[in-house]
Design a protein around this ligand. Structure first.
Ligand code: ARG
Length: 459
């Protein structure tokens, strides 16, 4: 049998393999709610513009709603020979309302229809990702407030650099997520133009009202160029790019959790709810959820790369290649949603081991910069010279196997005679972090204020 939607000039149906490669119903059935919403807006406009008689509009509307009910109830039968969601809905509509259904496709094409459906889906998804990212920000801000004064080592090159606070570390991710959310919102604002009514590629000779359908579907305006309308997948690319950057942020945090929960670091404890055991080694608590958040960034970035490659050689306007936008986009944005939820759960339950963190914060001569700064501030040494003196003292302490604060005053004075015992006040980690009061610095007072400001902003 030839296809009854487009088979007028075909004597026979597609080859089995043709049908398999061509069909998108297996994955685009998820666009059913968007497809029906779009059709309801389109048919209402056709009626208002006098293109369809009111009784056909009414019949089609009733029919579309019962198709929607069947899909929601799970009784709708999806058939591969109907190719995609657009033809599946129309075919069932025809069964329900008869020949009037055939008028729904007046002044539109699957090309503008699928672009509209995808935009609606991506738009909803961006909105919910934004909310989920806000949830994670909330959890991190609460942890930051609670641990504004919990000292831990700050790293560069994964070498202990200077002490920071655990809260400060949490707030770093709150800032990253704020930029991620900004990118989600930017992508949303740019995509919010309606392609419906661009028809196949050239527009239509029917007196349609594209402003009306755009408004009915919550778009800011119709797209301005019919070719661009059906050829554009920037909205998917941009959303995947924003998702990829966000996924990279989550992956970096997940990596830290994996390292921090190792027995060697023992910086934090994940709850039982977010760890798994080993089937053979009873002592193990594996951070599987964190590892999977780290790993899922791969498929998210992969979806972006994949779609960029699909799009890069396509002449205007629509090509069937563009059907390949769906699985990657659905999968990637869904994966990001899961990662955000899992990380939020982990952060809510996370317990830093304050004693281990404090000990680690003081090791590795992490307050050497404080000593150098003290020499500059109190003795007026140029920073380069202060750096040199401090370096010598670190060498002395390392040779003795002690911390800087355990050096005798006499030993310090051998390197710089003007040092007084006032220096000991800056050598502990608590003093060190408390002194970092510059804007954006790690001083507990700063961190507490920043955390409170975020909590208020996110309320
Ligand atoms: N299933 C198709 C897609 O996802 C719908 C558009 C088909 N358009 C066409 N001219 N064959 O892209």
């Amino acid at each position: 049998m030839s296809n009854r939607m487009w088979g007028g000039r075909f004597a026979s149906g597609p080859a089995e393999i043709m049908e398999e490669i061509n069909a998108s119903i297996g994955f685009d059935k998820r666009l059913a709610p968007q497809d029906i919403r779009g059709s309801l807006a389109h048919v209402a406009m056709l009626g208002a513009a006098g293109i369809l008689p009111a009784e056909d509009v009414a019949a089609i509307e009733v029919g579309l709603k019962s198709v929607r009910d069947e899909i929601e109830a799970g009784t709708f039968v999806f058939k591969r020979e109907l190719e995609d969601i657009h033809m599946s809905v129309e075919s069932r509509l025809t069964e329900i309302v008869g020949p009037a259904a055939g008028r729904l496709h007046t002044a539109r094409s699957r090309n503008d229809q699928v672009a509209t459906d995808m935009k609606l889906w991506v738009r909803d998804t961006l909105d919910s990702l934004d909310q989920q990212a806000a949830d994670l920000q909330r959890a991190l801000s609460q942890a930051a407030l609670k641990h504004a004064g919990t000292v831990m080592p700050g790293f560069t090159h994964l070498q202990s650099a200077q002490p920071v606070t655990f809260g400060h570390h949490c707030l770093a991710y709150v800032e990253m997520l704020a930029r991620d959310r900004g990118r989600f919102r930017d992508a949303r604002a740019r995509l919010n133009e309606c392609p419906l009514g661009a028809a196949a590629l050239a527009g239509t000779s029917f007196p349609i009202d594209r402003h009306a359908t755009a408004a009915a579907l919550g778009f800011d305006r119709p797209t301005a160029n019919s070719l661009d309308s059906v050829a554009d997948r920037d909205f998917a690319l941009e959303s995947l790019a924003a998702a990829s950057i966000c996924a990279v942020h989550l992956s970096r945090f997940a990596e830290e959790l994996v390292v921090w929960t190792s027995a060697q670091f023992n910086f934090v404890r994940l709850s039982d709810g977010y760890t798994t055991g080993s089937s053979i080694m009873p002592q193990k608590r594996n951070p599987d959820a964190a590892e999977l958040v780290r790993a899922k960034s791969g498929r998210i970035i992969g979806a972006l790369t994949g779609l960029l490659i699909v799009m890069k050689g396509l002449p205007l306007a629509y090509s069937k290649d563009m059907q390949e936008d769906k699985e990657g986009t659905f999968d990637a944005l869904q994966a990001l949603s899961l990662c955000l939820a899992a990380l939020t759960g982990m952060v809510r339950d996370l317990e830093p081991n304050a004693e281990v963190l404090a000990r680690a914060a003081g090791s590795g001569y992490a307050t050497a910069t404080d000593l150098a700064d003290w020499l500059v501030r109190e003795l007026g040494l140029p920073f380069r010279q202060a750096h040199h003196v401090t370096g010598r003292l670190v060498g002395v302490a390392a040779a003795k196997g002690v911390g800087l604060e355990e050096l005798l005053l006499l030993e310090m004075q051998e390197a710089e005679p003007r040092i007084t015992d006032a220096v000991y006040a800056v050598l502990g980690v608590t003093n060190s972090v408390a002194s970092r009061t510059s804007y954006g610095g790690t001083a507990p007072d700063n961190v507490r204020k920043q955390a409170q400001a975020w909590i208020a902003r996110l309320a």
